[in-house]
Ligand binder design. Structure first.
Ligand code: SF4
Length: 662
């Protein structure tokens, strides 16, 4: 009996109109687990076969799109998440993200460990997966519809099904278009998931899975499952509500939110079988901004407050508009912001914006810009290219582009706010495969940081806390050694490197199992109490896994990601802060200096040496690759080199000369 995994990939070629079930070997699954590891192995083999390298156009039919599930997906333990991986149209290197909801559990229960899509349909289509019955169906009636209407139309057609859909932004190849999952429970990543699907003329993936998933030892699995749930209940670091509310403590939205939250917050939503239920849902029936949807969340409150939005109802309204168009909450507003800045600086004028005065402070401007971006109309055609690419077209914008390799980190990681931030900031910005990213590294560091919250609830004051500095220091001591005990107070970068190597490996391991990172960091604390995930994996699959073997697999995947990015032109040269961080921040906070630069370089040298990477290229050495069972991949990487340096994706349809011409 096959347990934990299905040992099967669903492979769809939209150009050839073919659908195939391809068996997976047990050996491969044991080596890469599933989820992110499986997706990246599939992508590695594919880019080798197609000789894809730096300069590749991710919006061409040759891009590969993978949704992968893990051995724990579809089971009773929080099994709703899936991993999305592809070459990113925003950045030109490996991109993707993870999404929640129910659809991934359904894909797993339909019998697949991964869905792999290549080619391009000659007209709009959607994919209908009903267990073994898979068909490519006409979507001309759906094309042009917002995500809301797309989901309701598909439900009328197929009944209660799960789905991944794109809105008009994906159809129009807006680079930061994302995919909406299960009627807005979640989105599929900030690297252009929706644009890749749009480039393939694929409007939706609709799924019904009825087969279930076998586990090898049901009794033992359920015992571990109970431990897992208890760990969620007992841990106060991230109780329900905390994720949703925590960040408001540092934003202009906090007072309004505290006072009025129960005027419009109607429920908390959860992914498949998740006891955490971390996603809030709002309804605003009165006032200027009637709307309903998920959030608010860290991503949209930070990105919209940077645009000067400090009205909570407006925040929800704009975010729901982005959802319906299918645009990422974090990156979309940032793209609008950089164009507004160019306008303020006089680089763009009212001539370029069809008379829209981007510096007028009128809230309606933001709404108009969202419409234009999604439709690639007028100045929106430029906005749709994304921050980094706008800065490639307009060097004047470089000082505002806060991306590293094309993606944006979070304000709390800004190294200028406190020089002690340099250690964690370098790690968060440089080391994740997709560029700057709190999500692939930072949740765990937040779990370790000094943090507490309290909030008025219907039944009284709710409160919770993360680790205190003392507790965090104890964990760090256990993970990286006594010498680094004081790193929180002294900002000692080497301690962060040691911590990051282990956490980085665990993050990709969790994304391969798949355990939601929001839960993994509390249940197992990733490192010091990682026993539960190993037990769940062993009892689900019937194979013996230990915490050490899972961490080792995580390290293998982390290195494979670096090798994929190496083929796409990423070397140590691109692991750097953009010009943005060298500008003064105001309030006496100066930009990064030559002195800081020295610290950054020393930190990176140390990090590369801990990783077993070449100090000059930033790529895994032969010895490291052999140690991790990646010798064949390493040899192929060397044989096909040298590679052109990464510059970002090719830009078509917009140029500086054309300004915003559609
Ligand atoms: S913690 Fe939140 S995002 Fe993660 S699986 Fe649970 S409900 Fe989904």
């Amino acid at each position: 009996m096959v347990c934990g995994w299905n040992r099967c990939i669903l492979r769809v070629d939209l150009s050839e109109k073919t659908v195939q079930s391809i068996p997976l070997s047990e050996e491969l699954l044991e080596k890469y687990l599933g989820g992110m590891g499986l997706a990246d192995k599939i992508i590695w083999d594919y880019i080798l076969e197609k000789d894809i390298r730096a300069g590749f156009d991710p919006l061409s039919p040759d891009n590969i799109f993978v949704i992968a599930m893990g051995p724990l997906t579809g089971l009773s333990t929080q099994g709703g998440r899936g991993i999305y991986q592809y070459i990113s149209p925003v950045t030109g290197h490996l991109g993707g993200g993870s999404g929640g909801g129910f659809v991934h559990a359904m894909l797993k229960q339909a019998g697949y460990d991964a869905l792999v899509i290549t080619g391009k349909a000659d007209q709009p289509v959607y994919l209908w997966i009903d267990d073994d019955s898979v068909s490519i169906k006409d979507a001309s009636e759906l094309w042009g519809l917002g995500a809301h209407q797309t989901v309701s139309t598909l439900k009328k057609q197929h009944g209660e099904v799960c789905s991944v859909v794109i809105g008009p932004a994906g159809e129009n190849l807006v680079r930061h278009a994302t995919a909406m999952i299960d009627g807005f429970k979640s989105a599929g990543g900030k690297c252009g998931t929706g644009a890749v699907l749009g480039s393939k003329n694929l409007k939706a993936i609709v799924v019904r899975g009825k087969k279930g998933v076998n586990v090898a030892d049901p009794k033992a699995f359920l015992e571990n499952d109970a431990d897992f749930r208890n760990a969620i209940k007992e841990n106060s670091a991230w109780p329900r509500f905390a994720l949703w509310l925590a960040y408001f403590h540092t934003t202009p939205f906090k007072p309004r939110l505290a006072e009025h939250i129960y005027d419009y917050a109607v429920r908390l939503e959860a992914c498949w079988n998740c006891h955490m239920a971390c996603c809030g849902y709002h309804e605003q029936s009165r006032g200027k901004y009637p709307t309903r949807g998920t959030g608010p969340e860290i991503a949209n409150q930070e990105s919209f407050s940077a645009l000067g939005v400090n009205d909570l109802e407006a925040l929800n309204y704009y975010s729901d508009l982005l959802n319906d168009y299918g645009i990422d909450w974090k990156e979309g507003p940032g793209d609008i912001g950089i164009v507004m800045q160019l306008y303020k600086d006089g680089v763009l004028s009212a001539k370029d914006t069809d008379g829209l005065e981007l510096d007028s402070g009128d809230g309606k401007i933001i709404e108009e810009m969202i419409h234009w971006m999604a439709k690639r109309e007028r100045i929106g055609n430029l906005v749709a290219e994304g921050k980094m690419n706008i800065a490639r077209l307009f060097p004047e914008a470089r000082k505002y582009d806060n991306t590293v390799r094309g993606t944006t980190g979070y304000g709390k990681d800004d190294p200028r706010t406190d020089r002690r931030n340099i250690g964690p900031a370098v790690m968060c910005h440089f080391t994740p495969y997709r560029g700057a990213c709190l999500e692939t590294w930072g949740w765990q560091s937040i779990g370790l940081a000094d943090f507490s919250w309290e909030f008025p609830g219907k039944e009284g004051l709710r409160s919770g806390r993360g680790y205190t500095r003392e507790e965090a220091a104890e964990i760090v001591k256990e993970v990286v050694g006594a010498d680094d005990h004081a790193m929180f107070s002294k900002g000692e970068p080497k301690g962060w490197c040691k911590l990051n190597v282990r956490i980085g490996n665990w993050v990709v391991a969790n994304e391969s199992l798949i355990l939601c990172r929001r839960i993994a960091c509390i249940v197992d604390n990733n490192i010091t109490r990682a026993g539960i995930s190993a037990r769940m994996l062993s009892t689900a699959t019937g194979k013996e896994f230990t915490t050490e073997s899972i961490e080792r697999i995580g390290e293998r995947i982390f290195n494979l990601q670096r090798m994929i990015d190496a083929r796409l032109g990423i070397t140590r040269t691109q692991d750097k802060f953009p010009e943005y961080f060298y500008q003064p921040l105001g309030d006496g906070m100066g930009g990064l200096t030559e002195e800081d630069e020295k610290v950054i370089h020393e930190e990176m040298d140390y990090y590369y040496s801990l990783r077993g990477w070449d100090l000059e290229t930033g790529q895994p050495t032969k010895e490291k690759a052999e140690e991790l069972g990646l010798a064949i991949e390493w040899t192929a990487l060397q044989k096909d080199g040298p590679y052109k340096d990464w510059e970002g994706p090719p830009l078509a349809g917009v140029s500086r000369g054309q300004r915003a011409a559609s």
